[in-house]
Design a protein around this ligand. Structure first.
Ligand code: AMP
Length: 441
């Protein structure tokens, strides 16, 4: 059975100014077939989170600007140029550009890290970034995210990476690479920074303008530059993993051991630095050839020091975010949406007011019993017109009730697939019908 047609066509609204009002650039309406695909993905992803013991958290769309400016990092694209700001009565607010900073604000506000019963949270929320829109890069997009708090072990990192891996596997996506790296901790980061800047300083004139700007305050971000000319330079750079302290080295080794045990293939890639400042120790990215230019499927890492940026005592935390729109693109590229019979089960066709009196309550009872039921309220319409509609929406069964049937105290049930029909007595109609339409495949 194919996916349902859903809403057909578009409806345009003329603005009072004469033009056509459209959705904001880089933001989309989701409906019809697209919505059906999204709902299918959402159900699959939620079930994986639940199997891994994650509880959902929803934070507000608007946060105080400090939630991001103090945490994500001044030199990041997000804080530098991508935040949508709203100013209202002296409050400077921002439409959430990413999930972790708001999550941390909520954890600290409600002291969730002191509650030993839940350590694992997931979210599914819209994000807003003023980026240059293109395929797979939107200004409003949606992320699923995982946040595992109060566990500093490399096993927690492996658990989170395995969770992201399981989500793609569950959806049937196997075409991706996992890249991992260690960004070091408070102890070894200064040494890494010193080694990197010593190498980069003489190369500065050859780096792009953005990288030159980042040299002083965020030199690690230069490793993440997508320009070929910058990449060629950084590829010649020092192996920063040799600067890791013994604790970070052991952590990274143990993570790799656990991933190997879990049969999760990965590449140890020192260029993985992530675009956000709050990461330390483990960082990872999933990329896929199914996506085209915007190849990042999802990514994350450890953010053990993030609470400090809110002026609170730090605690261990690791997480990831994955892009919903990119999942849709990947699944479409594979043509991997399952064939699902997402169509109504039964269509009730009343011919005349008396028939509608009987079928209206019947439709509600069937729905209450969990049967997807459609009914025509235009009982004056011909049988032919009503059945045509039932066919168009691909109902398996149709129940016809006209004057003749009422006189005979029966209704006519048509099975569109088996091409059969049978009379059902009006007495006990609901039970009979329920039995019939739920028994057949
Ligand atoms: P980030 O929060 O930047 O680490 O992004 C995590 C994931 O969200 C990425 O791997 C993408 O799948 C997705 N993503 C990030 N930015 C966008 C965007 N502008 N449009 C669509 N998806 C995005």
């Amino acid at each position: 059975m194919p996916w349902p047609l859903g809403s057909i066509g578009f409806q345009w609204y003329s603005s009072p100014f004469g033009g056509i009002l459209k959705a904001v650039r880089g933001m989309h309406d989701i409906f019809g077939l697209e919505m059906t695909k999204w709902k299918w993905i959402e159900t699959q992803v939620r079930s994986v989170f639940e199997n891994f013991g994650y509880q959902e958290i929803r934070t507000p769309v608007l946060e105080n600007i400090e939630v991001f400016s103090k945490t994500v990092g001044d030199e990041t694209d997000i804080v530098e140029k991508q935040m949508y700001q709203v100013t209202k009565e002296n409050e400077s607010l921002v439409l959430r550009p990413e999930g972790t900073a708001g999550f941390m604000r909520a954890v600290l506000e409600h002291q969730l890290h002191r509650d030993p019963s839940v350590q694992k949270y997931f979210y599914y929320l819209p994000m807003f970034r003023h980026e240059r829109p293109q395929k797979g890069r939107l200004r409003q997009f949606h992320q699923f995210g995982a946040e595992f708090i109060n566990d500093s072990s490399p096993e927690a990192d492996a658990d989170v990476i395995a969770l992201l891996d399981s989500i793609y596997r569950k959806l049937g996506i196997t075409e991706y690479d996992i890249r991992i790296n260690s960004l070091g901790c408070l102890e070894c980061r200064p040494q890494m920074k010193e080694t990197l800047t010593r190498f980069l300083k003489p190369e500065l004139p050859k780096l792009c303008e953005q990288c030159q700007k980042r040299f002083e305050r965020a030199p690690f971000r230069i490793l993440d530059c997508k320009r070929e000319s910058c990449r060629e330079i950084t590829a010649q750079g020092p192996v920063l993993s040799s600067c890791l302290c013994s604790k970070c080295q052991a952590h990274h080794l143990q993570l790799k051991k656990r991933l190997n045990e879990a049969q999760i293939n990965f590449i140890d890639d020192p260029s993985i630095v992530r675009g956000l400042d709050y990461y330390s120790s483990t960082a990872f990215e999933f990329t896929s050839s199914l996506l085209g230019a915007q190849s990042a499927l999802g990514g994350g890492g450890r953010y053990d020091q993030l609470a400090e940026r809110f002026g609170e005592k730090p605690f261990p935390a690791v997480g990831f975010a994955l892009g919903m729109e990119r999942l849709v693109i990947a699944l479409e590229a594979k043509n991997a949406f399952p064939e699902k019979p997402l169509v109504p089960r039964i269509y009730l066709a009343p011919l005349g007011d008396k028939a509608l009196d009987i079928l209206f309550p019947l439709s509600l009872n069937l729905r209450r019993a969990g049967v997807w039921t459609e009914i025509s309220y235009e009982s004056q319409k011909s049988l032919k017109a009503q059945l045509k509609h039932a066919n168009r929406i691909q109902c398996r069964f149709s129940l016809i009730l006209g004057e003749d049937e009422i006189n005979k105290k029966t209704a006519l049930l048509k099975d569109m697939t088996a091409q059969t029909q049978m009379e059902i007595p009006l007495e006990g109609l609901f039970e009979n019908l329920l039995n019939k339409v739920t028994r057949e495949n």
